[in-house]
Write a protein that binds this ligand. Structure first.
Ligand code: MCN
Ligand code: CUM
Length: 808
């Protein structure tokens, strides 16, 4: 007798939501069959590369390209003078500023693009670069934003009026010629009053240093102008291909239907690949000029020194509380170093991203935030690296402030958090700085985390360790790092989030084929997150076809519906919602087809896993596979043939994932070497689509958090030289440094998302950095430490021990 197929079998067969489905993209990645931009090779393709400035601030007296043009294989050298007649020597940035494509009269940071050499291959281009003679006149260099605001040196002469007047910037009046914007949230006077009259006030200044996402694959593109047909094709490492198409159209004047942007496989983005870079513009121009395809691929130094950096926030805070530890007010001032151009990739209305989530997971009645953006002689960028638009900075700030307050109150930091968490019944919760948190259950998550690590036991062990240290029995201290974070991801409601005027909705288009398989196309683009695996799982559950029978396609603007791309952990909250909604449209039509085939009324059939069943008669059903075929094969009265749907989804709110992390660390005070004994990470991202992928995201984000907290930095000397422009100096953790992570979860579905899912891609980084940092700081707390700045590399840890007198 044949084994009967149970309902459970049918569910399992779909590999839908909740299943740890293996990543379908890995077959090609692990067998060298990925197709990255540098794998694209076209007939007659040329290679372009930049002459870059060795100086951080200099006037350009002259550029002589004659010798370079003599190099065999060099075909052209573009300078600002060549781009100017086309109006392409400057380009708009996503932050409402403009940026030089090629140095126009001066350079503002080391590595800035000065000329673009186009040659038959990479080697000829490199030879040509050596022979372009640029005469520079050095100007005073400013690498400190505080000095910048006091300096007479005008960094951006282009922004100062003829009579020395200071026109407004994109975000209002500017206070000084090197000042970009002031952005405020909350209420200043009431917050100051609360803090002035509080029982207890803790104050701290901290620097969240400049770092870089450093994806394995650097940025690059191939531009191919087909002059006969008037079509431009642009392949590139774009996290937002449609937005790039629109930008290219607006600045080049080529009509948008004649531009095809393709993001092939991307080897990690982490926000580094959101913005538009001079390399894209120069490649397009070079292709138009030469009539041949032109490739531009950064090397590692180009990438680290010039493309979107991360952080560089100087934050000063005050936090007030009652004697019992109830937080009453929070004030934060940020001096934000944006480098030579404001090229942050934030939604237009948020020049400091979502920094106004800096009240964190706590019920803080009064708060005030002020951010000043400042120009310096450093590379532009600022929003990248699993940052959720500055939530990394916000969470680091509040999670340090809470620790500093705990010291001031002489309280346990876990307990201080617990008594201040927003309570489950307070959601939806409107925070003092404006956001409406959709859902959360912080106490449950916190209790679960503390129990899992035996928090009390750890504290007892730590106390014993301090005694042993004082008694000379050990030279190792023990730190317990805590962090609790609330993320805000899924930009965003079109009403308050746009990029260059494009509302931040996203999209999914589905075609069901006659034999019951399907293709779905989305406006997002995976860079390693596994979208081909997980979006098919959402659809499998929604439309009852196996995930293995559904192809997910992203990144080709000729085929994918318009979307705003992948960053800010927005793919699940926005495109994931569009996918579910498009799936439901398919299901609604399938229901009508099923009812017709089963000869009952539409309302008399119901969906069950992979089929429509006649209510009360489970033996009468049509599977989705049968329905798919019928859509193409039967003439159904008043129904169009075919089975397709599209959804453009404008989310009503962001989603607010959260998590509770604990790190246990030993620190050798004589070498400054930290050893991570344990790392526990509980994440709540609402409904979980693929637990294995979530775990992978958490591992990756935590590893990048470890990197940033414990050593990774883009450091400059006083001359504006980048001191960490290679992987010799820029810390990139390997398996050697990475501990074993214990992952855990709770599930608090988003009430407004069709499947209750929240984003997760950036959470582990947002929560991880303060957790690692707090572990270091906590080890030194018994010896009088309140705060030391990251990165906590061995030398800095050693120095802290030294300053606290632990080497005497
Ligand atoms: N997921 C899930 N269940 C949830 C939420 C997410 O199974 N409740 C899955 C998603 O289906 C998706 C992955 O987790 O496969 C990440 O989803 P999401 O949180 O929506 O984030 P995005 O897909 O929008 O990815 C962007 C995010 C960002 S902004 C950075 S930065 C970062 C990150 O992803 N860059 C990455 N993780 C990365 N991982 C890799 N490998 N490479 C990058 O460049
Ligand atoms: Cu801010 S890094 Mo991610 O948004 O690509």
């Amino acid at each position: 007798m044949k084994d009967e197929v149970t309902r459970e079998d049918r569910v399992a067969n779909l590999k839908g939501m909740g299943c740890s489905r293996k990543r379908v993209e890995d077959a090609r990645f692990t067998q060298g069959k990925g197709n990255y931009v540098d794998d694209i090779k076209l007939d007659g393709m040329l290679f372009g590369d930049f002459v870059r400035s060795p100086y951080a601030h200099a006037r350009i007296k002259s550029i002589d390209t004659a010798a370079a043009l003599e190099v065999p294989g060099v075909l052209a050298v573009l300078t600002a003078a060549d781009l100017e007649p086309l109006g392409l020597h400057w380009m708009p940035t996503l932050a409402g500023d403009k940026q030089m494509v090629l140095a126009d009269g001066k350079v503002l940071f080391q590595g800035q693009e000065v000329a673009f050499v186009v040659a038959e291959d990479r080697y000829a281009a490199a030879d040509g670069i050596e022979l372009v003679e640029v005469e520079y006149e050095e100007l005073p260099v400013i690498v400190d934003p505080f000095e910048s605001l006091k300096s007479d040196v005008v960094l951006r002469e282009d922004l100062v009026g003829k009579n020395g007047a200071l026109p407004d910037g994109a975000h209002g009046p500017r206070k000084h010629h090197n000042h970009i914007f002031t952005w405020e949230a909350g209420n200043k006077a009431p917050t100051e009053e609360v803090i002035a009259n509080a029982d207890v006030v803790a104050e701290e200044s901290m620097y969240y240093h400049r770092t870089h996402p450093c994806p394995l694959e650097t940025c690059g593109c191939v531009a191919s102008m087909d002059k006969v047909n008037g079509k431009l094709t642009l392949w590139g490492t774009f996290q937002a291909p449609h937005a790039i198409r629109t930008v290219v159209s607006l600045i080049s004047g080529i009509e948008e239907h004649n531009i095809r942007v393709i993001s092939p496989d991307i080897g990690g983005g982490f926000g580094n690949k959101v913005g538009a870079y001079p390399g894209y513009v120069c490649s397009v121009v070079a292709s138009i000029v030469t009539g041949k395809p032109v490739k531009w691929i950064e090397d590692r130094m180009d990438n680290l020194m010039t493309t979107a950096f991360a952080r560089d926030y100087h934050m000063t805070g005050k936090i007030s509380a009652t004697k019992e530890g109830k937080i009453t007010g929070l004030q934060c001032h940020v001096t934000a170093d944006h480098g030579g151009f404001d090229a942050c990739a934030d939604p237009t209305k948020f020049p400091a991203g979502f920094m106004n989530i800096c009240t964190g997971s706590y019920d803080i009645p009064t708060a005030y935030l002020e951010v000043d953006g400042v120009y310096t002689n450093k590379a532009p960028g600022g929003v990248s690296y699993r940052c959720s638009f500055r939530v990394t900075e916000a969470v680091y700030f509040i999670e340090r402030m809470v620790e500093v307050l705990a010291i001031k109150l002489n309280m346990d930091a876990a307990e201080l958090r617990r008594i201040n968490f927003i309570k489950k019944e307070q959601f939806p919760y409107t925070a003092a700085l404006g956001w409406e948190y959709d859902s959360g259950d912080y106490h449950t998550a916190w209790d679960k985390a503390l129990k899992a690590v035996d928090y009390e036991g750890l504290r007892a062990e730590q106390a014993q360790r301090v005694e042993d240290f004082k008694a000379g029995k050990t030279r190792k201290l023990m730190g317990i790092g805590l962090s609790f974070f609330t993320e805000i991801v899924g930009a965003g409601p079109v009403k308050n989030c746009d990029i260059l005027g494009l509302g931040m909705f996203d999209s999914c288009e589905i075609r069901i084929h006659p034999t019951g398989s399907a293709i779905a196309r989305l406006g997002t683009i995976s860079q390693g997150q596994g979208h081909a695996t997980t979006f098919a799982q959402i659809l499998a559950s929604e439309i009852g076809l196996p995930a293995d029978s559904i192809t997910i396609e992203e990144g080709d603007t000729d085929t994918a519906p318009y979307g705003l791309g992948t960053y800010g952990s927005r793919s699940t909250p926005v495109a994931g919602a569009a996918t579910a909604m498009a799936g439901r449209k398919i299901r609604a039509k399938a229901q009508m087809i099923a009812a017709y085939l089963l000869e009952v009324h539409d309302n008399d059939v119901e969906f069950d896993v992979d089929r429509f069943v006649v209510k009360g008669a489970p033996e009468k059903f049509k599977t989705m596979k049968e329905i798919a075929f019928a859509a193409y094969n039967q003439a159904i009265p008043s129904l169009e043939p075919g089975l397709e749907a599209v959804s453009y989804y404008d989310p009503p709110n962001m989603t607010y994932p959260f998590g509770a992390y604990v790190c246990v660390m030993d620190i050798d005070v004589d070498t400054g070497v930290p050893e991570i004994r344990r790392f526990y990470a509980l994440d709540d991202c609402g409904t979980r689509i693929n637990p294995m992928i979530i775990e992978g995201q958490v591992h990756g984000g935590l590893t990048e958090a470890l990197a940033v907290a414990l050593g990774q930095e883009i450091a400059y000397d006083d001359m504006g030289n980048v001191k960490t422009g290679t992987l010799m100096d820029f810390f990139l953790p390997t398996a050697w440094e990475v501990p074993n992570y214990e992952t855990d979860f709770t599930v608090t579905p988003s009430p407004h998302h069709p499947i209750g899912a929240k984003g997760v891609g950036e959470s582990p980084h947002v929560g991880g950095v303060p957790c690692f940092s707090n572990a270091v700081q906590d080890a030194f707390r018994p010896f009088g430490n309140t705060h030391t700045n990251m990165p906590h590399d061995h030398w800095r840890i050693w120095r802290t021990a030294n300053e606290l007198g632990l080497h005497d």
